[in-house]
Design a protein around this ligand. Structure first.
Ligand code: ADP
Length: 582
């Protein structure tokens, strides 16, 4: 629908464009024609008016009049010479005098081969008009010379009613025709009957523009106006008023502009070829077609672009939707995972609680049953009066109570959560713990190898008590492991890593059996004899390190012995403080 109306619009606009351009070109051509006609018309009028006074002037001259009244012809040579002189001066082609009968008495060309003298011109209307009304004018092809000319006649005689003769001036218009031809223009001068009397093209002369009435034909013949010329039609008038000249098909079409002249009902025609008008209209039409084609191409391109844009948008939408679905699924899965994790944690907590409860029950049970046994034994010994032996039992009970107190202290420590996280000098804490253990180190004759940071204190985030607890646990375990070992050796180092400080404690003891590495940090895991270890040391240490945001790992050296590695986050504030000091 849109396409059809666009096509209709294009056709209408092209049709209008063609007509508009043609009308423009036609109007322009008409303006030009009118300007040229005005110019050529006035130059023709000027050429004719130059001579209008001359016949009258000559007719009044006594010498001329005398010839008509002089049958003997005494004045003839004189008049002939006079007329020849005047013709030469004025530029007229010929000047001659006819008597009342129409016969030429004297002429400017009396001496030439085409002399008019003796010729009878009564048949010419200018002679008749002058004899009848005093003046006459006419265009005709000369019957004597065959040369065309404009004849102006004036009656000669004292009395107006009965003239004695007629004086005629013949004006040649050939020079005008030559001017038109030189200007390369198509100009016609047509008489009242529609016969071309002057033309810029010689072959168009003496041809008629319309039909001649029988009366006009008879008159022309009687006046011998165009002598033997057949007066064929010049061309045919077409429906739009244009003129076709020449053979059918080969002929050319002209647009004719006409200017009526004052003389003898003449009309001047200016012909403009129609073909250039069509050519200009056609060129404009082609321009219009080109514009429409460009618009069409632009439209197609825009449509294609729009299509591609829509496709891209659809792709983007599909992509976005897929993304959103994927994200939704990820969120869903993450949620499910969290739930599962929470459940696991819960289960883990319960299991840990169970293990712990069992461990605590066991740990409490043993000393308790010991206490009960020692108390019963003590009682019996007291009854028997063996108080020294009973004393020993009391001492044992004290030892077991001590053990229970230790357990409870450990548990209390474990229960103590959080604590402050402030910068702690790791090295100072290590020194402090080593100081506490100095006696044991000495007693066991342990060789110490320390590697500490050379400059500045290793500041970590935590609280002093728990960090001391952590270091004590690890060092104590190492000392326990070195019991009875030959050439016991302990390596302690503090090193800097990207965002933390690393403490490494390694011994050359028996190491940890591979199979037990996994359980090392479980609560109540111990390989020590009952009474020697509770199996809470590493469990608590692990909890402390995690709480401080660090990491605790254990393994065996390739050369034998175990190592423990603690990562503790560095205290950034302290670093700054240090640089301030510098
Ligand atoms: P406890 O010292 O009361 O046994 P811990 O949790 O501190 O409890 O230690 C658990 C177990 O880990 C110890 O019983 C011991 O078997 C093992 N362990 C700890 N440190 C070392 C070490 N340096 N070398 C060998 N074994 C160790």
């Amino acid at each position: 629908m849109l396409l059809a109306s666009l096509a209709a619009l294009a056709l209408i606009s092209l049709w209008w464009l063609w007509h508009w351009q043609y009308a423009q070109a036609q109007a322009e051509a008409r303006r030009h024609a009118e300007a040229r006609l005005a110019l050529y018309g006035s130059s023709l009028q000027g050429a004719l008016e130059r001579f209008t006074y001359l016949p009258d002037l000559l007719a009044r001259q006594p010498l001329v009049q005398a010839v008509l009244l002089d049958p003997a012809g005494v004045f003839l040579p004189q008049v002939n010479a006079h007329l020849a002189r005047v013709a030469e001066r004025s530029g007229a082609e010929a000047i001659f005098l006819v008597d009342a009968e129409g016969v030429t008495l004297a002429s400017s060309n009396h001496a030439g081969p085409d002399s008019f003298v003796g010729h009878d011109y009564r048949f010419r209307p200018y002679v008749q008009d002058a004899l009848a009304g005093g003046r006459g004018e006419f265009f005709a092809v000369g019957s004597t010379t065959g040369r065309p000319g404009y004849f102006i006649a004036a009656a000669v005689g004292q009395e107006r009613e009965s003239p004695t003769g007629v004086l005629v001036v013949k004006v040649s218009l050939e020079s005008l025709q030559t001017d038109w031809r030189r200007a390369g223009e198509r100009v016609l001068l047509v008489d009242a009957n529609g016969v071309v009397i002057l033309s810029s093209r010689p072959e168009w002369r003496y041809r008629r523009l319309g039909e001649l009435s029988p009366r006009a034909q008879a008159e022309i013949r009687a006046q011998r106006q165009f002598m033997e010329h057949p007066l064929e039609p010049l061309g045919s008038r077409l429906g739009d008023g244009s003129l076709r000249i020449g053979e059918q098909g080969l002929g050319e079409r002209y647009m004719a502009s006409a200017l009526p002249l004052a003389t003898l009902g003449w009309r001047m025609h200016y012909l403009t070829p129609v073909r250039p008008l069509y050519v200009s209209a056609r060129n404009t039409l082609l321009g219009g077609v080109a514009v429409w084609l460009a618009l069409l191409l632009l439209g197609l391109w825009l449509r294609e672009r729009q299509k591609r844009q829509r496709l891209r948008e659809r792709e983007a939408r599909i992509f976005r939707e897929a993304n959103e679905q994927l994200e939704a699924r990820v969120v869903e899965r993450t949620r499910a995972l969290h739930e599962a994790q929470a459940e696991l944690v819960q289960a883990g907590k319960l299991a840990a609680l169970g293990t712990m409860a069992a461990g605590i029950a066991h740990e409490l049970n043993q000393p308790l049953s010991g206490i009960r046994t020692y108390a019963a034994n003590g009682e019996r010994l007291m009854q028997r009066g063996r108080s020294e032996a009973a004393e020993e039992n009391f001492q044992r009970i004290q030892g077991l109570c001590e053990r229970l107190a230790t357990l409870i202290r450990q548990l209390k420590l474990f229960a103590r959560k959080g604590g402050a996280r402030e910068p702690v000098d790791l090295r100072a804490r290590l020194d402090f713990v080593l100081e506490l253990l100095a006696e044991r180190l000495d007693k066991q004759e342990i060789a110490m190898a320390m590697r500490l940071p050379e400059a500045g204190a290793p500041w970590v985030l935590g609280d002093e008590v728990r960090i001391e607890q952590l270091l004590t646990n690890l060092l104590r375990n190492a000392l326990d492991a070195l019991h009875g070992v030959e050439a016991p050796r302990l390596e302690v180092s503090i090193e800097e890593a990207s965002s933390c400080w690393v403490v490494r404690i390694a011994d050359n003891g028996p190491g940890i059996p591979e199979a037990l590495l996994d359980k090392l940090f479980d609560p109540f895991f111990t390989t020590k004899a009952v009474g020697d270890g509770l199996g809470l040391g590493l469990f608590i240490s692990f909890g402390i390190v995690q709480d401080l945001g660090g990491r605790l790992q254990a393994g065996n050296n390739s050369t034998g012995g175990a190592w423990f590695r603690v990562e503790l986050p560095r205290a950034a504030v302290q670093l700054k403080r240090e640089t301030d000091h510098e």
